[in-house]
Design a protein around this ligand. Structure first.
Ligand code: AMP
Ligand code: GLY
Length: 450
């Protein structure tokens, strides 16, 4: 098979690494890929949002299966566009991807299907939103309706912060039309976790539980990022919480969409908050989580290609996956300054030394390998272009993943590997997995098909 993976992050590198293990794969492409995917796939210089370019390439190359990593092309309807031309693509249709693309769509679905979530109110007028804030008082959570690259949610501790959020989203239009409407919701307290499943529109297959770390600094301080690390399984997700989330959030959402004539195929990712009153839905994503995927996939023993095809073909009933019982930890290494301004083009040393450690995997994100001619615009000026030199090329740079017999061992191994990697102004959190260490040491949920 010829397989194309769309995207350029650590998630896509991990997906390609896993797909590469399938005996059925003849050739792999990454569009646009990164400095790590160049080692296992052919990088193609087409951007993830260039649906026309990706379609032309796939038709020309006769790609058998395309996996779409990021949410934006999914929302733009890339899967529909590929299907219209007779190409097989894994992921939800543009309509189904609204579950991620519109927070209001999802909240309304929660209301109609009785999915537990924070109380909320929808606004299309900034003044009315501010009156509501004054009436309710802080803390409150302000959310832009549409996609905002993970920045459209503000947890406001004071009324002033809440008003400022309304102004920047609705008045200054920081996220463009994504902020035409907003949600103001109750601020929930508890521990967060990610439950990710693959759906074929009827049946689902669950992946292992995981937990992300959103803030840039240790002890969950500083601004939100795309994700600074993850681990799997998440001990906080007991069998009971896992089953509850699948039965009361994931399945009702798929059923509710079906009532509206929308078949949900692809990845359905429930971000939940485990509150004193039980788990509540924070958000749905319509794609694999990043960096959760980097932590989950090294634990997956089964073939990934069969799962992707099962979703497309509607054959996931009774499908099951085998898992490595060990724990996995992913530490995200970033450029200094991220999520604010940062510099690119710093030479990274020690990747091979880190990757040679046992049960350790380095998945690249914002990197560029000097031998990779498919991205000439990203080659830093005046650099030595001999192959095998790797440079930073983004905010989140590398994902350092290790498997261990327990979470403690996985953490130690991941940090041993991190210490071997060096570049100017390199940053990573030193406390990835801290909640799992404090919490129960139970193995966490073994996932099943249902
Ligand atoms: P979302 O994109 O909706 O998942 O929001 C991003 C992050 O904001 C979540 O991972 C939480 O950390 C936080 N968040 C979102 N909604 C709430 C809420 N109702 N209460 C507390 N924190 C929230
Ligand atoms: N890790 C959060 C996300 O993928 O949205």
């Amino acid at each position: 098979m010829k397989i194309l993976v769309i995207g350029s992050g650590g998630r896509e590198h991990a997906l390609l690494w896993k797909i590469k293990q399938s005996k059925r794969v003849k050739k792999l492409f990454a569009a646009p890929g990164n400095g790590g995917t160049v080692g296992i796939a052919e990088n193609v210089p087409i951007k993830a949002n260039d649906i026309k370019g990706l379609l032309e390439f796939s038709l020309k190359e006769k790609i058998d299966l395309t996996l779409v990593g990021p949410e934006v092309p999914l929302t733009m309807g890339i899967v529909d566009a590929f299907e219209e031309k007779g190409l097989r693509a894994f992921g939800p249709s543009g309509k189904a991807a609204r579950l991620e693309a519109s927070k209001i769509f999802t909240k309304e679905l929660c209301r109609s299907e009785n999915i537990p979530t924070a109380d909320f109110k929808i606004f299309d007028n900034a003044e009315k939103a501010k009156e509501y804030i004054a009436k309710k008082g802080a803390p409150l959570v302000i959310k832009a309706d549409g996609l905002a690259a993970g920045k459209g949610v503000i947890v406001a501790k004071t009324e002033k912060e809440a008003v400022k959020a309304v102004d920047s989203i609705m008045v200054a239009k920081e996220f463009g039309s994504s902020g035409d409407r907003i949600i103001i919701e109750e601020c929930l307290e508890g521990e967060e976790a990610s439950i990710i499943v693959v759906s074929d529109g009827e049946s689902i297959v669950s992946l292992a539980s995981s937990q992300d770390h959103k803030r840039i600094f240790d002890n969950d301080l500083g601004p939100n990022t795309g994700g600074m690390g993850a681990y799997s399984p998440a001990p906080v997700v007991t069998d009971e919480i896992f089953d509850y989330t699948v039965s009361n959030m994931i399945k009702p959402a798929i059923k509710g969409m079906k009532k509206q004539g929308i078949l949900f195929k692809g990845v359905l990712y429930a971000g939940i908050m485990i509150t004193k009153e039980g788990p509540k839905l924070l958000e749905f994503n319509a794609r694999f989580g990043d960096p959760e995927t980097q932590a989950i996939l090294p634990r997956l023993s089964s073939d990934l290609v069969g799962l992707l095809e099962g979703s497309i073909d509607g054959t996931l009933k009774d499908y099951s996956l085998d898992w490595d019982e060990r724990s996995s930890v992913c530490v995200v290494v970033t450029s200094g300054g991220y999520p604010g301004k940062y510099e690119k083009g710093k030479e990274i040393r020690g990747i091979n030394e880190a990757a040679s450690l046992k049960d350790t995997f380095i998945f690249h994100a914002g990197t560029h390998t000097s031998g990779d001619r498919s991205h000439p615009d990203t080659i830093p000026d005046n650099r030595d272009l001999s192959p095998s030199k790797v440079f930073t090329n983004g905010g989140r740079v590398l994902n350092v993943v290790a498997l261990g017999d327990n979470i403690k061992e996985a953490i130690e191994k991941a940090y041993t590997a991190c210490e071997r990697i060096k570049f100017d102004r390199m940053h990573y959190r030193r406390d990835i997995g801290h909640r799992a260490l404090k919490g129960s040491q139970a193995a966490g949920r073994r996932p099943q098909a249902s």
